[in-house]
Design a protein around this ligand. Structure first.
Ligand code: HEM
Length: 267
């Protein structure tokens, strides 16, 4: 029999196979991904602002701070078992961080595809920039600080991810070498002081807060824009001021802690 006359089974086979990632995002528009980033970013920002406010209790002394840490574990008791509210918050944070990172990664891949970049060519460009082999922009065309902050969202996001992983290993899990050798479960104040007494760790916390400030300022501003809050010039100016105030306050509030420990104001 002439093979050309056989019924073709090609249609099913020639359909390009989509990866699990592509299947997950194939129906999502850019606007939907940006809204997902805005919503998850708002949850993470609210946590970070509340966490900073809670951290300020370190200035009220060991007993006060440890009572506060214990309160976070016993919220809802005796109706709810110990740590249950804490675990709900942890799961919510993990889900928000996961959707924030995944939506961000998909938007990055789409932007790269639109600009005809590949992951490889992007790394190549980055290498050229880091080794100084790529020419600097001419004077008149150098970027302003807000432009630099806006273009650094991916790198500041990576720094914050690394910071959070280290920070949880250090103060929550108490895993060495992230945690200090003096780490003792149940003494949140002592652990914080022992950890931040190490100059390199204090420096890492302080430097990470610069990334937090930039990421939060541009994140709050962009989330408000994507959610349609900046419809008038006045509103846009208000959002801009709120974003700067929130980002700077949260980062500076946090920075005072490693500085205070190093200066032995908190010990
Ligand atoms: C200098 C600044 C900071 C200090 C002093 C600090 C302090 C602490 C302490 C003491 C704990 C452990 C609480 C306990 O287990 O009793 C903790 C947990 C945590 N912190 Fe921070 N923090 C800082 C900044 C941040 C920032 C900027 C983020 C987010 C980007 C963050 C995210 C977390 C998370 C996710 C946990 C784990 C919560 C849990 O699962 O129990 N922290 N922090």
């Amino acid at each position: 029999m002439n093979p050309a006359a056989q019924p073709s089974t090609d249609t099913a086979d020639s359909t390009p196979k989509l990866s699990a990632w592509e299947v997950m995002f194939k129906d999502a528009t850019n606007a939907e991904l940006k809204l997902a980033m805005a919503a998850s970013g708002t949850i993470l920002s609210l946590f970070t602002a509340g966490h900073m406010a809670g951290n300020m209790q370190v200035y009220l002394g060991r007993k006060h701070y440890n009572d506060y840490a214990e309160f976070l574990r016993t919220v809802g008791a005796p109706v709810l078992p110990r740590n249950s509210v804490l675990w709900v918050v942890r799961i919510g944070l993990l889900a928000s961080a996961t959707s924030h990172i995944m939506a961000g990664a998909e938007l990055t891949l789409r932007a790269m595809r639109a600009e005809r970049h590949t992951v490889q060519s992007t790394f190549q460009d980055l290498k050229l920039q880091l080794t100084g082999k790529q020419r600097r922009r001419p004077r008149g065309r150098r970027r302003s600080v807000p432009q630099i902050i806006a273009r650094s969202m991916r790198s500041t996001g990576v720094v914050l991810g690394l910071f959070t992983a280290y920070h949880v290993a250090d103060l929550t899990v108490g895993a060495r070498p992230a945690a200090s050798s003096k780490h003792r479960h149940g003494d949140a104040y002592g652990n914080l002081v022992a950890s931040l007494s190490r100059p390199s760790v204090a420096f890492f916390y302080t430097a990470s807060m610069a990334a937090l400030a930039g990421h939060m300022i541009h994140g709050v501003r962009t989330a408000a824009m994507d959610a349609g809050f900046t419809t008038t010039q006045q509103r846009a100016q208000l959002i801009e001021a709120v974003a700067k105030l929130v980002g700077a306050t949260v980062a500076l509030g946090n920075v005072t802690i490693p500085v205070a420990v190093q200066a032995k104001v908190v010990r």
